[in-house]
Design a protein around this ligand. Structure first.
Ligand code: FES
Length: 165
């Protein structure tokens, strides 16, 4: 008798443990599942318009620096990528902007505008680009890349189109 009592108590414990374990599993599982579904909803997986600054803050003829970060989600991995560049305003017309990517076209280091040198300088292999992004010196094979899709919002912000990834 006592043996079967012992057994049923053990069974009871097993069942209880099973239920509690299951509940814990559900509690842990829910956020995990939503995390797995999440990637499709992340900004990094989408094409988005990114604000780079106010048009009125950009002075004619002076490169205006900007930067932004996008988070890329790949399964369990989250990678943040930094982007940046310079907007060169040429007139009062917001369409008259040249928006350069500051990633060097040689090996992707970041170039910086130098007022003194009147050019974008790459610290990695001493390249120099003109204010309009043309190669003046060093190993880069082509001019700086240009953000061609941009717009002025009603709030006076310049936004550029950033592709997924
Ligand atoms: S990465 Fe810019 S010159 Fe090499």
């Amino acid at each position: 008798m006592s043996g079967s009592n012992e057994l049923s108590r053990r069974d009871f414990i097993k069942v209880t443990t099973g239920i509690v374990g299951g509940l814990i599993g559900v509690a842990i599982g829910l956020p995990t599942i939503s995390y797995l579904i999440d990637p499709a909803l992340q900004e990094g997986g989408k094409d988005v318009w990114v604000s780079i600054g106010k048009f009125e803050d950009m002075q004619v003829g002076i490169p205006y620096p900007f930067s932004f970060t996008r988070v890329q989600v790949n399964g369990w991995e989250r990678t943040s990528n930094s982007f940046g560049g310079y907007a060169l305003r040429k007139s009062d017309d917001p369409k008259d902007l040249l928006i350069l990517n500051s990633r060097c076209t040689h090996l992707a280091c970041t170039v910086n505008w130098s007022e003194e040198a009147q050019g974008y300088l790459c610290p990695c292999h001493d390249a120099k680009f003109s204010i309009e992004g043309e190669v003046l010196d060093g190993p880069p094979p082509r001019p700086l890349d240009v953000y061609t899709d941009f717009r002025l919002t009603e709030d006076g912000l310049i936004e550029i189109f950033s592709k997924a990834g």
